[in-house]
Design a protein around this ligand. Structure first.
Ligand SMILES: *[C@@H]1O[C@H](CO)[C@@H](O)[C@H](O)[C@H]1NC(C)=O
Ligand SMILES: *[C@@H]1O[C@H](CO)[C@@H](O)[C@H](O)[C@H]1NC(C)=O
Ligand SMILES: *[C@@H]1O[C@H](CO)[C@@H](O)[C@H](O)[C@H]1NC(C)=O
Ligand SMILES: *[C@@H]1O[C@H](CO)[C@@H](O)[C@H](O)[C@H]1NC(C)=O
Ligand SMILES: *[C@@H]1O[C@H](CO)[C@@H](O)[C@H](O)[C@H]1NC(C)=O
Ligand SMILES: *[C@@H]1O[C@H](CO)[C@@H](O)[C@H](O)[C@H]1NC(C)=O
Ligand SMILES: *[C@@H]1O[C@H](CO)[C@@H](O)[C@H](O)[C@H]1NC(C)=O
Ligand SMILES: *[C@@H]1O[C@H](CO)[C@@H](O)[C@H](O)[C@H]1NC(C)=O
Ligand SMILES: *[C@@H]1O[C@H](CO)[C@@H](O)[C@H](O)[C@H]1NC(C)=O
Length: 554
C-alpha cells in the first residue's frame, strides 16, 4: 500500500515553513518529465501511439555520484526511469533485467503499451512497476568509452606476454571510459553497492514503505545486495536466474563449465527428438561426438581459419548463450564436419563479441573480487576446472571476464556472502549456462528462509516461460505467500531449509520450450549475439558512435 507519511510530512513542513527558519533538505525530489520527449533508446524506432497511456510515467532523480560525499555540482548523477502506474496500486515493484547494465527504462513503456516483452509482467497489472536504468547506462549518465578497433582474441591468454597485452588493452579501454565520461570519477561509482542505494533513494522519493523486487539474472545480485543492506524495507523479492554473491572465482567458473557441458548434452537431446537434426539418425551422443570431431579437425586445420579456439569461443559466446540455439549449433557442427566452416568464422564476429564483453566490464569488474590477479592465478583456475569440462569446451565467458577484469583499474575489495533472513522466492532452471543452477543453490544457503523454485528445462530465466515455475514467483509477488512445495515434471519447489535434488540427467528432462523453438524460423544472422546482448556503453569510434545491444550474463 502507498504510504501517505511522506505526503503528510510535506504538508506539515509547508505549514511550518512560514514560522521556522529553512530546514536542511534531506528528502529526494523526483522530476517528472514528459515521456513523449524522452523515448528510451530501444524504442526509438518503434511506432508509438500519439497519446501515451495515463499509466506511463517518466522521471529523473538526482542522487550523489559518491554517496559518502554531499551532492554537489560535480557529485551528481541523474537517474532516469519509467514507471507503469495503475490506479489504486497495490505496491511498488522494482524491476531489473540484469546485464549488468541492460537497458531498463523501456520496460515501463513495454508494459504500459503492451509492446515486445510486455508478457514478462503478466499478472502484475495491479502494481507500480519501476524500471530504472542503472547508473552509468542509458538515461542515467551513460559511460562513454572508446573501444577503437581493438578486438579480443578468440583464445584466452596463455603466456605472460599475452596476459600483459590483454591487461594493457583493457587498461586503455578503461582509461577511455574515465576520460570521456561525466561526471568526473563516475567509473569508480557504477557498482551494484551504489545501484542499490539508488533504488533505496527512489523508494524513499516515491514514498513507499516497502520495495518489492523482480530481478532477472544480474538483477538478482542487486536484489540480494539490497535485501542484505536494507532488510527493514524489503517487501516481496523474486530473484529469477540467480547470480549469487559470495562465490570464489574458482567455484563460479567450475559451475559454468558444468553448465556448458550439460548444454552440449541438451543439444544432443534435441537432436534425438528432432527428425530434421542432421545427426538425428546417428543416435544418442552424436552431437557431443561431432563437437569433438570439429575441435580435432580445427586443431589440425592447415587453413588459417577457423582454429579450435574460434570454435570454442563461438560455442560459448553465441550458440549456447541465453536461450540456446540448439538447431543452429547442430547445423553448424554438421556443416563443419562436411568441411564448410562458415558458421565458425570468428573474424566476422570478433568486434561484436568484444563489445559484448567490454560493455559489461565497467560494472562487472567493479563488483568482481579477483581472488588472484596474476596469470598464475588464472592458470590455476583453468587447471582446476578440467575435471568439470569433459567435452573440453575450455572457453566460458566467466573465464574471459576474469582475465579482462585482471586489467580493470577498479575491483571489489572482497566478496562476502550476503545473508538474507527475509523469505524470498529464488528461481532457476536446470540447464542455464549464463547463471548456472548451482548459483541458485548458493544463494539459497545465504537466504535460508527462501523458497527455491527449480524449473525443469532450458534457458536463462523463467520470466517469459509460462508454467508452474513462473506462476510460483508471480503469485508470490502478488500475494506475498511463499510458493508451496511441489515435485512435478516441469518444476520442483523446495521449502526453506529442505534439500535440493542433484541436477537431473540432461537426457531425463523434457524440453518444454525447445519443441516450440524448433518450429521457429532461424533467428540468427551475422549479428548473432544481438538478441541476447543489450547495450549500455556508448562506444566512441573514430567512425562515429556505435550502439550495441548486449547482455552477456543476463
Ligand atoms: C530505424 O529504422 C530505419 C528505417 O526502418 C532504419 O533504417 C534504421 O536502421 C533503424 N535504426 C535502428 C537504430 O534500428
Ligand atoms: C566542478 O568541476 C569543474 C570542472 O572540473 C570545475 O571547474 C568546478 O570548479 C567544479 N565545481 C565544484 C563545485 O567543485
Ligand atoms: C498484448 O499483446 C498481445 C500480443 O502481442 C495480445 O495477445 C494481447 O491481447 C495484448 N493485450 C492487451 C491488453 O492488449
Ligand atoms: C583502426 O581504425 C583506424 C581509424 O578508423 C584506422 O585508421 C586503422 O587502420 C585501424 N586499424 C586496424 C588495425 O584496423
Ligand atoms: C563521448 O565522448 C566523445 C569524444 O570525446 C564526445 O564527443 C561525446 O560528446 C561524448 N558523449 C557523451 C554522451 O558524453
Ligand atoms: C555452409 O554453412 C552455412 C552455415 O551453416 C550455410 O548457411 C551454408 O548454406 C553452407 N554452405 C554450403 C555450400 O553448404
Ligand atoms: C570470415 O569473415 C571475414 C569478415 O567478414 C571475411 O573477410 C572472411 O573471408 C571470412 N572467412 C571465411 C573463411 O569465410
Ligand atoms: C521428485 O520426484 C522424483 C521422482 O519422480 C524423485 O526422484 C525426487 O527425489 C523427488 N524430489 C523431491 C524433492 O521430492
Ligand atoms: C522428446 O520427445 C518425447 C516424445 O514426443 C517428449 O515426451 C519429450 O518431452 C521430448 N524431450 C525433449 C527434450 O524434447
Amino acid at each position: 500500500m502507498v504510504t501517505f507519511r511522506l505526503l503528510i510530512s510535506i504538508l506539515l513542513l509547508a505549514s511550518l515553513c512560514a514560522a521556522l527558519p529553512p530546514l536542511k533538505r534531506t528528502g529526494w525530489t523526483i522530476q517528472w518529465i514528459d515521456c513523449a520527449s524522452h523515448v528510451p533508446q530501444p524504442l526509438k524506432n518503434t511506432s508509438l501511439p500519439a497519446t501515451l497511456p495515463s499509466t506511463l510515467h517518466c522521471g529523473r532523480l538526482n542522487v550523489p555520484m559518491d554517496y559518502l560525499q554531499p551532492m554537489s555540482e560535480n557529485n551528481t548523477i541523474t537517474l532516469g526511469f519509467s514507471m507503469y502506474r495503475p490506479q489504486n496500486s497495490q505496491g511498488l515493484i522494482n524491476f531489473n533485467p540484469g546485464g549488468p547494465g541492460q537497458e531498463a527504462a523501456s520496460y515501463g513503456w513495454r508494459f504500459a503499451l503492451n509492446l515486445t516483452d510486455a508478457s514478462w509482467f503478466a499478472g502484475l497489472e495491479a502494481f507500480d512497476i519501476l524500471a530504472m536504468d542503472v547508473r552509468g547506462t542509458y538515461s542515467s549518465n551513460p559511460l562513454n568509452c572508446s573501444l577503437g578497433n581493438w578486438t579480443l582474441s578468440s583464445s584466452l591468454p596463455a603466456s605472460e606476454s599475452e596476459f600483459k597485452a590483454l591487461q594493457t588493452a583493457v587498461g586503455m579501454y578503461a582509461q577511455s571510459c574515465i576520460d570521456l565520461s561525466t561526471p568526473n570519477g563516475i567509473v569508480s561509482h557504477v557498482g551494484t553497492s551504489e545501484t542499490v542505494q539508488d533504488w533505496e533513494s527512489l523508494r524513499q522519493a516515491l514514498g513507499y514503505e516497502k520495495l518489492h523486487h523482480y530481478g532477472i539474472s544480474y538483477g538478482t545480485f542487486g536484489g540480494a545486495t539490497y535485501a542484505n543492506k536494507y532488510p527493514e524495507n524489503v517487501g516481496r523479492f523474486a530473484l529469477d536466474a540467480v547470480f549469487a554473491p559470495g562465490l570464489r572465482n574458482l567455484e563460479m567458473i567450475q559451475n559454468q563449465f558444468r553448465a556448458i557441458n550439460r548444454l552440449l548434452i541438451r543439444a544432443d537431446v534435441y537432436c534425438l527428438n528432432d527428425s530434421t537434426c542432421p545427426f538425428h539418425s546417428q543416435g544418442k551422443g552424436s552431437v557431443v561426438q561431432a563437437f569433438k570431431t570439429v575441435l580435432d579437425r580445427a586443431s589440425s586445420n592447415r587453413s588459417p581459419n577457423p582454429t579450435a579456439d574460434d570454435v570454442r569461443n563461438m560455442v560459448a559466446m553465441d550458440y549456447l548463450v541465453g536461450d540456446p540455439d540448439f538447431p543452429e549449433l547442430n547445423q553448424a557442427l554438421y556443416q563443419a564436419v562436411k568441411g564448410n566452416w562458415t558458421a565458425f568464422n570468428y573474424t566476422a564476429l570478433a568486434s561484436i563479441y568484444t563489445s559484448a564483453i567490454m560493455s559489461i566490464a565497467p560494472i562487472y569488474c567493479l563488483d568482481y573480487h579477483n581472488d588472484d590477479n596474476t596469470l598464475n592465478g588464472f592458470n590455476k583456475i583453468r587447471q582446476a576446472s578440467v575435471m568439470d569440462d569433459p567435452a573440453r569446451v575450455e572457453y566460458i565467458f566467466y573465464l574471459a571476464l576474469h582475465s579482462v577484469c585482471s586489467g580493470w583499474p577498479y575491483s571489489a575489495a572482497s566478496n562476502p556472502p550476503l545473508y538474507v533472513d527475509i523469505p524470498m522466492t529464488l528461481v532457476t532452471s536446470d540447464f542455464d549456462y549464463n547463471t548456472p543452477t548451482e548459483s541458485a543453490t548458493s544463494e539459497w544457503k545465504q537466504a535460508p528462509n527462501s523458497v527455491l523454485v527449480v524449473r525443469h528445462g532450458d534457458d536463462h530465466g523463467t520470466y517469459n516461460v509460462p508454467g508452474p515455475a513462473r506462476s510460483a514467483f508471480i503469485d508470490f509477488l502478488v500475494t506475498g505467500e511463499l510458493p508451496r512445495a511441489v515435485n512435478q515434471t516441469f518444476a520442483t519447489i523446495y521449502e526453506p531449509r529442505s534439500k535440493r535434488d542433484p541436477v537431473p540427467d540432461p537426457y531425463a528432462v523434457p524440453g518444454e520450450r525447445g519443441l516450440t523453438k524448433l518450429q521457429l524460423p532461424p533467428k540468427r544472422s551475422l549479428t548473432l549475439l544481438l538478441p541476447y546482448l543489450i547495450p549500455f556503453v556508448t562506444f566512441f569510434h573514430s567512425l562515429g558512435y556505435l550502439d550495441i545491444d548486449h547482455t552477456l550474463i543476463g
